[in-house]
Write a protein that binds this ligand. Structure first.
Ligand SMILES: Cc1cc2nc3c(=O)[nH]c(=O)nc-3n(C[C@H](O)[C@H](O)[C@H](O)COP(=O)(O)O)c2cc1C
Length: 199
């Protein structure tokens, strides 16, 4: 394989583009679309989001130390894009996108987005000033899952969420399941059974 050496860029993709909600005592609920988000620890469960200082949401999250990550399915995608091109300084994005703010028990001010299939309620533990972006590293203190993506036994079936991905400026639907954790070493019986389940 021959590689061209290009100047370094943030081409880690695909990533989830998520809708992050925030609010404070003085600021009404707002939504910012974030692609620079990721899981950083499982025990305790922690995530990071990177936000430019000039975003309206930045000072809200910095002040309250809380935010909610709302996952984005196909049906929420247009709103997700809108929340990434309009600022809460000028527009009420919940109202403009016909989204429902839903109270979250662990959050003092911040609602979740009622239309989202799953939310993670987060409390900021570290703020890393990295350059263009500040990374808010936060503990996940609560999680809400829409009943629409649960099966009869109460198990989460994320396929029902119809989640989307973001890759270098373009949004995609997730495609077919190609395997599962450990499938490369699974027995033929397990492989067949699990792949049938994932169809
Ligand atoms: C797909 C997508 C991903 C984005 N990712 C980020 C991000 O990771 N960090 C960031 O600061 N802004 C990101 N933005 C830009 C903000 O969402 C945008 O500037 C938004 O209008 C800020 O809203 P606010 O001023 O109400 O906070 C992204 C926008 C889009 C469309």
């Amino acid at each position: 394989m021959a590689f061209e050496q290009l100047k370094p860029g943030t081409l880690l993709c695909p990533v989830p583009a998520v809708m992050v909600s925030c609010a404070s005592e003085t600021e009404k609920p707002n939504i910012i679309t974030i692609a620079w988000a990721g899981t950083v620890c499982s025990q305790p469960p922690m995530v990071s989001i990177s936000v430019r200082k000039e975003r309206h949401s930045h000072h809200i999250i910095k002040e309250t130390g809380e935010f909610v990550i709302n996952l984005v399915g196909r049906e929420q995608l247009k709103a997700c894009d809108y929340c990434g091109v309009k600022s809460g300084r000028e527009v009420d994005k919940f109202a403009a996108c016909h989204l429902t703010p839903v109270p979250v028990p662990e959050m003092q001010f911040t609602p979740a987005i009622g239309e989202s299939p799953l939310y993670l309620a987060c409390k900021v533990e570290h703020v890393l000033e990295l350059g263009s972006h500040d990374a808010f590293v936060a503990r996940i203190v609560g999680m809400g899952v829409s009943r629409d993506i649960m099966d009869d036994t109460g198990k989460i079936d994320l396929r029902k969420a119809d989640l989307t991905a973001y890759s270098h400026g373009v949004y995609y639907a997730l495609g077919d399941a190609m395997g599962f954790f450990g499938y490369s070493v699974a027995s033929p019986e397990v492989l067949e059974r699990r792949m049938k389940e994932l169809k």
